[in-house]
Write a protein that binds this ligand. Structure first.
Ligand SMILES: *Cc1c(COP(=O)(O)O)cnc(C)c1O
Length: 224
């Protein structure tokens, strides 16, 4: 099942778009099945769960952290995480920088933006992002690299609204690129789109899509 799901999604994704298999809550055996079907990038949203899976699975997997990250949990993933999608404050970025330094690494990060109408989603607005990027604190960080932006659309059936929210993230990306990363070729990622909306996200410029349930099936914790 997982292999077939992956292959049918791959057929829908252009080559320049990266597929992140969101494996949160799923057992090691499911991840191994995806790995055997050549998937190498996995997304998790709990630090300890991600570390546990990292320890049990092959070393050539790239682990992407996609959830709200608590400062005191960074240490569990700092030795191996390949991309953190969810930077939503200067203090979190500072804490990641510190843990990355302890591991002699530079950790790639995305700035997470609040593009949805829902109140509950985490994320920055463009002014907050500018404040971070213009701060001396940020300029002195040597162990983090901002490589793009991330956002989540509203959970709605309204395709037009979803599309407009993705457009707004693309616009934010363009503004930041122009003003802060013009000559920085590593600033190139737009992480947007999940199981239900990734085709729209790709049309609106996503370079990374984060797909969970369409690969691994529904997650149990939604069932009451
Ligand atoms: C769970 C999750 C996904 C994947 O969701 P699906 O609807 O299962 O594809 C993508 N992004 C984030 C940030 C998530 O937490």
């Amino acid at each position: 099942m997982i292999k077939e799901n992956l292959n049918s999604i791959r057929r829908n994704i252009p080559e320049n778009v990266t597929l992140i298999a969101v494996s949160k809550t799923k057992p090691i055996s499911d991840l191994q099945e995806a790995y055997d079907a050549e998937q190498r990038i996995f997304g998790e949203n709990k630090a300890l769960e991600m570390r546990e899976k990292y320890q049990q699975l092959p070393e050539d997997i790239q682990w992407h952290f996609i959830g709200h990250l608590q400062t005191n949990k960074i240490k569990y993933i700092a030795p191996f995480v390949s991309l953190i999608h969810s930077i939503d404050s200067l203090s979190l970025l500072e804490a990641v920088n510190k843990e990355a330094a302890k591991n002699n690494r530079v950790i790639n990060c995305l700035l997470q933006f609040h593009i949805a109408q829902e109140e509950t989603k985490f994320g920055l607005d463009i002014d907050e992002a500018k404040q971070i990027l213009e701060s001396d604190t940020f300029k002195q960080m040597n162990n983090v690299r901002i490589v793009g932006v991330m956002g989540m659309a509203t959970f709605t059936e309204d395709i037009t609204q979803i599309r407009n929210e993705f457009k707004s993230l693309k616009k934010i990306y363009d503004i930041l690129k122009e003003n802060y990363f013009k000559d920085d070729t590593s600033f190139k990622e737009i992480s947007m789109g999940m199981s239900d909306d990734y085709p729209i996200a790709i049309e609106e410029g996503a370079t990374m899509v984060r797909v969970g349930s369409k690969i691994f099936g529904a997650r149990n914790y939604n069932i009451v």
